[in-house]
Design a protein around this ligand. Structure first.
Ligand SMILES: Nc1ncnc2c1ncn2[C@@H]1O[C@H](COP(=O)(O)OP(=O)(O)O)[C@@H](O)[C@H]1O
Ligand SMILES: O=C(OP(=O)(O)O)[C@H](O)COP(=O)(O)O
Length: 396
């Protein structure tokens, strides 16, 4: 059974809270988006209000990447967002970090340094090995309890996710609770259940499609984005070399795997009927019969939108991951805008994916959805009907 914050005796307790505040970093090195910080405000505020002494654990970026940074700016922003003081500590489990936790007053918090500054946090462990890492061995004695609110990282076998629950009484935070309520109960959501799989994670999306079709979770899968182009190629449509190159760049097996899936479930998988390309600097829509084109298919066309919209408006649950096109370019945002707008008219609408959430923010559609997941990879894994290692670790 997973215990929730309601089960935690917070007053005076030193509580380690794993959050996911991994965010886009701007050219000036500051935070370019604070959506993931905002998501954790409820959990942190509640624990502080209830008198806990909160030690926040988080990562930012991956070693070697441009967004691999310290968490000073995150702490500053959290301090502004949360109605309790939040300090920054430039180490994660040193004696200084432990002293800072010991010195916390009730109702205050400290954000410890990027966990991935330590190599253990960028490796995959079994739960038994994770418990013996330096991070867990050094930090657990300074803590009375552990809360995992980092849904978006809970598919990672990292010590801050799977190590602490073996050493400390452990609880799910409010973000985790909301995500599990929705994504963990997809099989009970209203039918018909329509999945829209777009974006660029072609292999992941084909895996999700196979899994939800085989498990009977999906009544139909509507494909768009690069995923849709992979299915069109698998169906023998000659899109042109440019579109094929974009698909193959993402995955060598996509067209074959999409073809295998079409063999098994052709009647439940929908593919674009028209696409948008760039011609003379303008958006130009082409029916499939007018292809191949020298330019790459950058969006779905109006006929596809109309067909998909009709299906989505009648859906009991619309579950969407990945934009329908290159939404970052205003000429190719229409497919995503119209498709996602139609999905908000379904009885229940659920969205996952980091880029998808930014697309919805850009298009002003975020409020129309019943649930916008904080996770990308984690949400996709849950949508296949699987659980996450970090969730299993809490279930004791
Ligand atoms: N037809 C297309 N051609 C090229 N890129 C596309 C196309 N459709 C969508 N994309 C790109 O896919 C990216 C997002 O995909 P993905 O990372 O899978 O989404 P998410 O982060 O929501 O899971 C966006 O950068 C978008 O420009
Ligand atoms: O941004 C994240 O995941 P996402 O890109 O799947 O949304 C999480 O912070 C996990 O980061 P990771 O994929 O570097 O382990």
């Amino acid at each position: 059974m997973i215990r929730l914050l309601d089960d935690l005796d917070a007053e005076g307790a030193a509580v380690g809270v794993r959050v996911d505040i991994n965010s886009p970093i701007g050219e000036d090195g500051g935070l370019a988006d604070d959506a993931r910080l905002l998501a954790h405000v409820d959990t942190i505020s509640e624990l502080c209000r209830r008198g806990a002494r909160v030690a926040l654990l988080a990562h930012q970026g991956r070693p070697g990447g441009e967004d691999f940074t310290e968490l000073r700016a995150h702490a500053k922003r959290l301090d502004e967002l949360v109605d309790a003081p939040i300090e920054y500590c430039d180490s994660t489990f040193s004696s200084d970090a432990r002293a800072r936790i010991d010195a916390l007053d009730s109702g205050t918090a400290v954000l410890l340094e990027n966990t991935r500054f330590y190599s253990e946090e960028y490796m995959s462990f079994t739960p038994d090995d994770a418990v013996n890492t330096y991070l867990v061995c050094r930090l657990a004695p300074a803590l009375d309890a552990y809360v995992n609110d980092a849904f978006a990282t809970s598919h990672r076998r990292q010590p801050s996710i799977i190590g602490f629950p073996q050493r400390l009484p452990s609880f799910a935070g409010r973000v985790m609770e909301r995500e599990l309520d929705v994504l963990g109960n997809i099989a009970r959501s209203p039918e018909p259940r329509i999945y829209v799989l777009g974006g660029a994670k072609v292999d992941d999306s084909i895996d999700v499609a196979r899994s939800v079709l085989e498990r009977g979770l999906a009544d139909a899968v509507l494909t768009a984005g690069i995923v849709g182009n992979a299915f069109l190629l698998a169906d023998g449509v000659s899109l042109g070399a440019a579109s094929a190159a974009v698909v193959n760049e993402r995955s060598h097996d996509a067209v074959k795997n999409a073809g295998d899936l079409l063999d098994d479930f052709s009647h439940r998988i929908y593919m674009p009927r028209d696409v948008a390309i760039e011609r003379d600097g303008e958006r130009c829509e082409l029916d499939l019969e007018e292809l191949p084109s020298d330019s790459s298919a950058m969006d779905i066309g109006a006929r596809t939108v109309a067909t998909y919209a009709e299906i989505l408006e009648d859906a009991g649950t619309a579950i969407l991951n990945g934009p329908a096109g290159v939404f970052e370019d205003d000429r190719f945002e229409t497919g995503t805008l119209e498709l996602y707008k139609a999905a908000t008219r379904a009885e229940t609408s659920i969205v996952g994916g980091g880029d998808t959430a930014s697309a919805l923010r850009k298009l002003g559609l975020l409020d129309g959805f019943d649930h916008v997941s904080t996770g990308g990879g984690a949400a996709l894994q849950m949508l296949t009907g699987d659980t996450l290692v970090g969730v299993e670790a809490l279930d004791r």
